[in-house]
Design a protein around this ligand. Structure first.
Ligand code: ZN
Length: 169
């Protein structure tokens, strides 16, 4: 946020977009990783990620025990073909928290925090070579691919988080 100082009065100005104060960017979990992103079938355990689910029945097993995903629900109620984004809306940066990166355990997490301070700095600020100097090139590449939105993710649904898909799997 663009604030003169961190205070409630300044926060209020930013939310009201007054006196030059504003929200400059949002950061949050990549929605594909969310626990209810896509529709889940309680009959066969599938997370249906290939198509927009319009049926009441699972396309794989015919079960009616579907837990509707947020994404599918948004498509249900959407009344526009393309989003109408107000000019004042700040960019939204998706992130993949470090705990989702396969092979990045507690020890490596602590080494990264020791070297770079905060997870936000690691996720969005540090260069790939810097990260690689602490945890190696493979993990660094995954963190940077996640940052640029090209890391492959399998969608979450039915109360289970999504996952990072390892290359070649
Ligand atoms: Zn099913």
């Amino acid at each position: 946020m663009d604030l003169a100082q961190p205070s409630f009065a300044e926060l209020r100005l930013a939310l009201e977009r007054k006196e030059g104060r504003k929200v400059t960017a949002n950061f949050g979990l990549n929605p594909r990783l969310g626990k209810y992103h896509r529709t889940y079938c309680g009959g066969c355990g599938s997370i249906i990620d290939e198509a927009y689910v319009t049926s009441e029945r699972c396309q794989y097993c015919g079960s009616l025990k579907l837990v509707r995903g947020v994404f599918d629900r948004i498509l249900d109620i959407a009344d526009r073909k393309t989003p109408l984004v107000p000019a004042n809306r700040p960019p939204y940066h998706y992130q993949v928290p470090l705990e989702f990166i396969p092979g990045l355990g507690k020890a490596k997490m602590n080494a990264l925090l020791q070297a770079f301070g905060t997870e936000m700095n690691i996720l969005h600020g540090c260069g790939e070579a810097e990260i690689a100097s602490v945890v190696g090139v493979d993990l660094a590449a995954m963190i940077v691919r996640a940052r640029s939105g090209i890391l492959e993710l399998s969608a979450g649904g039915g109360g289970t988080y999504g996952k990072v898909v390892l290359p070649g799997k």
